[in-house]
Design a protein around this ligand. Sequence first.
Ligand code: AMP
Length: 177
Amino acid sequence: MSETLYRLVRDVPDFPKPGILFRDITPILLDPLALGEAVERLAAPFRARRIDRVVAIESRGFLLGSPVALALGVGLVLVRKPGKLPADRYRVEYSLEYGTDALEMHADALAPGHTAVIVDDVLATGGTAEATAELVARSGASVVGFSFLVELADLGGRARLGSIPMHAVLRYPRVQD
Ligand code: AMP
């Protein structure tokens, strides 16, 4: 079945800029059977664990994090770009190739002692996921794992996430590539 999922990831060269090979997951969203399989595979490693929240990263992470939260029967927390969340929030800045960016999370979305799984579509350099883990830590909660639909292994994101368990449904480069 992951063969079907691999087939539904569209490779778009030079998007959004020259030299980037964009892994587009929108064909999976068009196929309800494939989307259901993707969601189940994202959720499966965490079914046997006590999880209080799924934390999803803007914006494609929302599309996957919301059904994963439903599958696990837990609440969904949104991590967003600045200026989107209306209530009291934590903010973490992180560095990009050029300059910095920031992410925010509502301060009351997680409480001390809560356990959370962080969900996103693609793990690339890991900067976004690392900043999200820092937001979770700010609230006194702990990250018990990361779940990504796609890992771009050559970019080294996994190493940046330290010792926290990291799960990816699809991995590039593929072993047989
Ligand atoms: P990073 O912080 O480098 O791990 O980047 C992760 C974020 O950028 C994720 O939210 C992805 O949606 C997006 N992203 C980065 N590189 C790619 C890529 N090659 N294809 C698709 N999405 C990407």
